[in-house]
Design a protein around this ligand. Structure first.
Ligand SMILES: Nc1ncnc2c1ncn2[C@@H]1O[C@H](COP(=O)(O)OP(=O)(O)OP(=O)(O)O)[C@@H](O)[C@H]1O
Ligand SMILES: Nc1ncnc2c1ncn2[C@@H]1O[C@H](COP(=O)(O)OP(=O)(O)OP(=O)(O)O)[C@@H](O)[C@H]1O
Ligand SMILES: [Mg+2]
Ligand SMILES: [Mg+2]
Lengths: 256, 256
């Protein structure tokens, strides 16, 4: 049974897509069959892996709204052991189209069930909002990984995010737990970075991943070449950080 | 007649809130009566100016959904000439609550009209999405200011954003124009930054503001003290950049 992990935080630009692509590729590199599901209408996980949006006709949108089988949307990536369900701009309309449906929060859960046993990890790249797309992801997930940028506004949004997770746990998915809290874009030279780290560790205690992702320009360059960091620059700090994170996630799955 | 400017880009973390707070305070510093309207359920413009969300009972939510007069929600800020319409977490529900209303895209336009002549500039901090809150802001605005982070994914989302602006111009607000494109978090030492700048200038030509906002840690620190940069550290690069931008915006209004 594959573990389904939502990568969610309504704060924008905190490293959700960068984590989806680079954690998935590091898990794949460690031999784990991995699937990325791009649930964001911006489709950054899709383009960040080099796919051209113009050529995508089977995506998360058709899976959620037209009941298309998830198997029809699977794309092989350049990384062995790693596949992708692409997003498309059409997904912008899904939030409104889902509103008046009966099981509007459970469309993703029904869609993903057929491939649960095909992969050891399924990572969902969520949009920067707490709307129906993120609610669908959380309802269909085992756990949620929360990237937190080491900046002031990142702390502000946590209460809202935790409230939403609690609501999902109470009404839509009682088994949902927190996979972990990931500190991203950490720069040890900055007071602000260090302040945020100590506040997050005080609040989340052992839920904070030991592996921190440092600010590293290579992580910003890699998507412009359509490659995960482990292919673009395997010796970089960014690649080391995400490989460390993958080892920690694998360890946590094996020793709950 | 005050100029109403939406600050919009569905890409997360590109500097929408930082621009709303610091352009507004620089315009106020130049003697222009200015209003910030926080249209993002994250309420970062509200907390970034030192307001406590727990004490906010009249916000953008009540204005849009309960037809409350905008005058009831106006808060004075620490900056002379600058007021705020705060947001609240309740605004998360507005996207769904607006869906089934008759004039769902025009609720903001009706709400803001009574204060149009009270301010010379009205800036709207939009959420990182192209949903009904952003559509409301664009429908009720004269122009839209587009912050673009000097990173790869920032370019990806432009097509989607321009499509949405064109749709609004065609069906909801024929007078809407682009105020300008603002390059943010620019770091002249990085190739990626310079590449993005040249691509944006090629694409948008004279619509790109001459003033570029450099990456400057003081801009990240200021909101943790609840202050605009011009009060937190007036000698910083961040403060100089936003004051330069304010002069350019004022000049553009006077010489269309
Ligand atoms: N550790 C890092 N070091 C340097 N740059 C980074 C790092 N992580 C992410 N970035 C860059 O920061 C920007 C924001 O990251 P990303 O797009 O992954 O965030 P996101 O949370 O997915 O954004 P959105 O809310 O729009 O979906 C991107 O340009 C990305 O390349
Ligand atoms: N020029 C800059 N230099 C350094 N840091 C900056 C700069 N502009 C913004 N920041 C920081 O980058 C982060 C993202 O900026 P901000 O929150 O303003 O973006 P946003 O587009 O409003 O995000 P969202 O999409 O979540 O609304 C914040 O932590 C902010 O303090
Ligand atoms: Mg993303
Ligand atoms: Mg913002």
């Amino acid at each position: 049974m594959g573990r389904i992990i939502s990568i969610a935080n309504q704060k924008g630009g905190v490293g959700k897509t960068t984590t989806a692509i680079n954690l998935a590729s590091s898990l794949a590199h460690a031999g784990k069959r991995t699937l990325i599901i791009d649930m964001d209408p911006q489709a950054n996980s899709t383009t960040g892996l080099g796919f051209d949006l113009e050529s995508i006709d089977k995506s998360t949108y058709e899976m959620l709204i037209h009941n298309m089988s998830i198997n029809e949307a699977i794309l092989k990536t350049m990384m062995p052991n790693m596949d992708l369900i692409p997003a498309h701009i059409r997904l912008v309309g899904a939030e409104v189209e889902l509103v008046n449906l009966e099981d509007r929060e459970q469309m993703f859960l029904h869609a993903v069930t057929p491939v649960r046993d095909k992969y050891e990890f399924i990572l969902i790249d969520c949009p920067p909002s707490l709307g129906l797309l993120t609610l669908n992801a959380l309802t269909g997930s085992d756990t949620v990984l929360i990237p937190i940028q080491c900046e002031y506004y990142a702390l502000e949004g946590l209460r809202q995010l935790l409230n939403t997770i609690r609501l999902v746990q109470r009404h839509l998915n009682t088994a949902l737990t927190i996979e972990g809290v990931l500190l991203t874009m950490f720069d040890s030279r900055l007071n602000l970075s260090n302040q945020v780290v100590s506040e997050v560790k005080e609040y989340f205690k052992d839920k904070v991943f030991k592996n921190v992702i440092h600010r590293n320009i290579k992580l910003g360059e890699a998507p412009s070449y359509g490659k995960p960091i482990i292919i673009y620059d395997p010796a970089s700090v960014g690649a080391q950080d995400y490989m460390g994170l993958a080892k920690e996630v694998i360890h946590n799955v094996l020793t709950p």
